[in-house]
Design a protein around this ligand. Structure first.
Ligand code: HEC
Length: 159
């Protein structure tokens, strides 16, 4: 009986060893197969491994218009604004333009003067757009004060 028991437990031992080996074999085989199909192990790192492109909304403040004023330069928002911004703020501030109020003739004369003496480039077709913008938005100021009265016939005040 003793021998038989010993034999049985030996068999059991071998059986256990074999089944352990089998389990290890299957685990390894499964691992290898998995690695072949997913070499980067992306499954364990979340489903989306592509770089994330976060869309950041950058507010385009550069040419913001507020209350009808082009904030960056102070020019009034009107037809031709950007042409004026692009041609008339390179050498001096927009304020130098804004503080001047002229009629068409004088605006053109000022442009000619800058072209002749200050290296202002030929404005081409833009000249008309610019001059129109300036005349419409920065015309000569209306006279602030009432003109002196003339041609008045005074009358006698009779009590
Ligand atoms: C190439 C450079 C340049 C550009 C571009 C330019 N200017 Fe000028 N501008 C000058 C210079 C230099 C002066 C003299 C500045 C000073 O006196 O400090 C001047 C002066 C002026 C003045 C003042 C004139 C005066 O009699 O006091 C006005 C108005 C003016 N520019 C308008 C404009 C307008 C409108 C444009 C767009 C068409 C323009 N500028 C583009 C160079 C330029």
């Amino acid at each position: 009986m003793d021998n038989q028991d010993k034999f049985k437990s030996q068999i059991r031992g071998i059986y256990r060893l074999l089944s352990t080996l089998m389990v290890l074999f299957f685990i390894t085989a499964f691992g290898i197969i998995y690695l072949l199909s997913d070499p980067t192990l992306s499954f364990f790192r979340g489903t989306d491994t592509s770089p994330e492109y976060v869309q950041i909304e950058i507010e385009d403040d550069f040419d913001k218009i507020e209350n009808g004023i082009h904030v960056r330069t102070g020019f009034k928002d009107a037809e031709g604004l950007m042409t004026v911004v692009n041609n008339c703020t390179n050498c001096h501030s927009a304020q130098l333009v804004i503080q001047n109020r002229m009629n068409e003739e004088r605006w053109i004369a000022t442009i000619r003067w800058m072209q002749e003496t200050q290296n202002l480039w030929d404005l081409g077709k833009n000249e008309e757009i610019i001059v129109n913008y300036l005349v419409n938005n920065y015309p000569p100021k209306k006279k602030g004060r009432r003109e002196i009265l003339s041609n008045i016939s005074w009358y006698e005040l009779n009590e």
